[in-house]
Design a protein around this ligand. Sequence first.
Ligand SMILES: Nc1ncnc2c1ncn2[C@@H]1O[C@H](COP(=O)(O)OP(=O)(O)OP(=O)(O)O)[C@@H](O)[C@H]1O
Length: 235
Amino acid sequence: MSEVVLKAENISKLYKMGDVTVKALENVSFEVKRGEFIVILGPSGSGKSTLLNIVGGMDTPTSGEVYFNGDMITGISDKELTMYRRNEIGFVFQFYNLMATLTAKENVELAAEICRDPIDIEEVLEAVGLGSRMDNFPSQMSGGEQQRVAIARAVAKNPQILLCDEPTGALDFETGISILRVLKEMNEKYNKTVVVITHNASIAQMADKVIKMRSGKITEVIINDDPIPAERIDW
Ligand SMILES: Nc1ncnc2c1ncn2[C@@H]1O[C@H](COP(=O)(O)OP(=O)(O)OP(=O)(O)O)[C@@H](O)[C@H]1O
């Protein structure tokens, strides 16, 4: 049986605003196994980003526990949480979040140099298809190319898990597909566990497991025995 790398148990997140309480998450439980490609699918406001931020150690739940490789990360110190985010998780966001004054290579270097066991930066940039663009600044690159830099930055840290929040949300169809293909290649070549959150149901076709969310709850978990390659996704 494959190893469970990430486990969420009864996660709830409440936001109190005056007299109103928003239940962003309510008793959410799921497991991610090493090497899986997971899609968390749900409409806007269903709690996807809140969940990703909690399992990525950027936010804490109101109740419930998160385990990474069997160790509980809820309730650990800020310093330990920083090490968790730094060494074990690679983040990819919708709007790339690159440093405008650094080249592609420098953006990746900056993230990798504080990590325990980084991967060779030039190799990763080659792997995402940017071998000839390493010295370009973000402003000299298309959105898809900037997202490739962001993926290289996340992978070069050599984390166990890539957490991707709407990674194709700002891209056109073809560029989006190419980014999904890069994520799948990172999943296979570097054996990274990948979690993608999206409201785009088409992307679910390439997942090993689809976790559907609505109004802060998981409504369905679908195991996909026959995930299709990104280039065959019907958008
Ligand atoms: N800091 C906050 N304070 C108050 N309410 C919040 C906060 N963050 C999120 N929420 C609420 O929690 C719910 C879930 O939000 P979340 O951003 O996780 O959803 P989402 O599925 O990621 O949506 P989207 O796809 O639009 O990003 C929403 O009702 C949102 O308004």
